[in-house]
Write a protein that binds this ligand. Structure first.
Ligand code: ATP
Ligand code: MG
Length: 243
């Protein structure tokens, strides 16, 4: 697979780029902070509705709202922890469940876009320790991009495997491939830059890949983009198993 990263792991980061990351981090922290209160309010009201003994149909929907709001609160907590330089908790990650969860979260978007979502998860996967919320966030950003790139009639596959040859020692490899137009060689150095986007303002801010790469690096890992077998793009996340 070919691919090039704009920032070499452990290498020098240009000052302008570092400042842009810092500015994006400040905006993210502000948004995370401001969203905390209303989200906790939504959670509280959802729990009140659940206590009113709704019928099974409503209970099921309210439970989904509750779990998704909890996720948003956890994600926001992760952003605020990182802003404070706090280490997010690492634990054994059920990788298959995290992939299924990310795919389930994006399946309404895929359905609306007319895109088929598939997973290929071998059992058993190697045990992986990390921050499950971060792994989920990486996948959500990559799969969302692939759905947007694939477009109507296209497909997206998420695969996981153990990779002994990742160049970073034994690693967990997560691959997101799609049937979209792919990423041109000259664009590969740009797409991980914060705020780089080719989408309309209402569809993209250019933060997804910068966030995903930052989270992968926090885990000692990396993300490489290449040409997929079906002509589109393939994004391979390598996360080291032993650190
Ligand atoms: N799977 C893909 N296929 C083709 N191009 C892609 C793919 N993923 C990302 N890109 C390109 O990389 C750019 C940056 O992606 P990134 O996720 O960082 O931002 P975005 O998707 O534009 O906006 P955001 O993620 O903030 O909503 C995209 O605008 C697109 O041009
Ligand atoms: Mg994106």
């Amino acid at each position: 697979m070919s691919g090039r990263l704009p920032l070499r792991p452990g290498g020098e980061i240009e000052v302008a780029q570092r400042e842009r990351f810092a500015a994006v981090g400040r905006v993210a922290a502000t948004i995370a902070h401001e969203l905390g209160t209303p989200l906790n309010s939504v959670l509280g009201y959802t729990q009140l509705l659940l206590q009113e003994e709704p019928d099974a149909h409503r209970r099921e929907k309210l439970a989904i709202i509750e779990s998704q709001v909890r996720r948003m609160i956890d994600t926001i907590q992760g952003v605020l922890d990182r802003t404070r330089g706090r280490q997010t908790p690492h634990a054994e990650v059920e990788v298959g469940a995290v992939i299924d969860d990310a795919v389930a979260t994006l399946s309404p978007l895929a359905a609306t876009a007319g895109v088929t979502l598939r997973t290929s998860i071998p059992v058993p996967l190697p045990p992986y320790r990390g921050d499950a919320i971060a792994v989920r966030q990486i996948l959500i950003n990559l799969v969302k991009n692939s759905i947007e790139a694939a477009g109507s009639g296209g497909s997206v596959e998420v695969a996981a495997r153990a990779d002994a040859e990742a160049g970073i020692g034994p690693a967990l490899a997560l691959e997101v491939s799609d049937t979209g137009p792919g990423v041109a060689q000259e664009e590969r150095a740009l797409i991980f830059e914060p705020l780089y986007t080719t989408k309309q303002a209402e569809n993209g801010t250019g933060l997804g890949l910068a966030i995903a790469l930052g989270l992968a690096r926090e885990h000692g890992g990396r993300i490489v983009v290449g040409d997929g077998a079906s002509g589109g793009a393939v994004f391979c996340v390598s996360l080291p198993l032993e650190r």
